[in-house]
Design a protein around this ligand. Structure first.
Ligand SMILES: [Zn+2]
Length: 235
């Protein structure tokens, strides 16, 4: 994780430029020639307070189960919700297991394959018990499992199923904000949208800050991602 380690107030001279805000470098350099010592000291302190970067932690949290994108054969709907139930069929030593989902339009049941003609000995007893118990946590785990998604050729619709926890509003007086964003589940979102929400800015403003290089990250902020990332906002 990249973090700024700005110089302390005593090091903010024109010889040691301030790492976070390059624009103040000239001001501080000029001040060291123009100002008296107490004035310079105050300038350094106020600069230090505004400019020091503090790492803020945000978390993308699921609030409910995502919908399953899948075309219904009965109605025109393309979304299913998890029913919370599993079906397990055993035939001799072979076992099949499905997660049952319901069409949001007509209530039709569809099955997502979890196990297909699998030797019962190769299935963990703990998993079998959870399938038989219709364990709600197992539904959440399996929906997010990329293997299940790939096998059933489904994608998830996380719209309205997550929230951004910022731990409080961003300090408007800070010139540099470093934010670490962690995903509690692999929820694909656009960083520009998260940043707009977290900083209380219009999305167009966030896109302008990206274009101007004032909002920087190692990841592409305009794309979609679901992995942890950090960004820095310089104002
Ligand atoms: Zn339907």
């Amino acid at each position: 994780m990249r973090r700024y380690r700005p110089a302390g107030p005593s090091r903010l001279t024109k010889d040691v430029p301030c790492t976070p805000c390059e624009t103040s470098r000239e001001l501080i350099g000029r001040a060291s020639r123009l100002c008296c010592a107490p004035c310079l000291f105050l300038l350094r302190i106020s600069h230090w307070n505004r400019c020091t970067s503090v790492l803020t932690n945000w978390v993308v949290m699921p609030t409910c189960l995502p919908l399953v994108r899948r075309r219904c054969h009965t109605c025109a709907s393309e979304r299913f919700r998890a029913s919370g139930r599993f079906r397990v069929n055993a035939h001799h030593k072979l076992i099949d297991a499905w997660l049952l989902v319901l069409c949001t339009g007509c209530g039709e049941t569809a099955k997502l394959t979890l196990l297909e003609r699998t030797n019962v000995r190769s299935v963990r007893p703990e998993l079998l018990a959870r399938l038989h118990d219709n364990d709600p946590a197992l539904t959440a785990e399996l929906l997010r499992d990329p293997v299940v998604g790939h096998r059933n050729r489904i994608a998830l619709d996380w719209g309205g199923a997550w929230r951004l926890d910022t731990g409080g509003p961003v300090d408007p007086d800070r010139e540099v904000i470093d934010v670490s964003v962690r995903f509690a589940a692999r929820i694909p979102v656009r960083p520009v949208r998260l940043i707009a929400e977290g900083c209380g800015l219009p999305r167009a403003e966030v896109e302008r800050l990206v274009a101007e290089g004032k909002l920087v990250s190692a990841v592409r902020l305009n794309g979609r991602l679901s992995d942890d990332f950090t960004f820095t906002l310089k104002r």
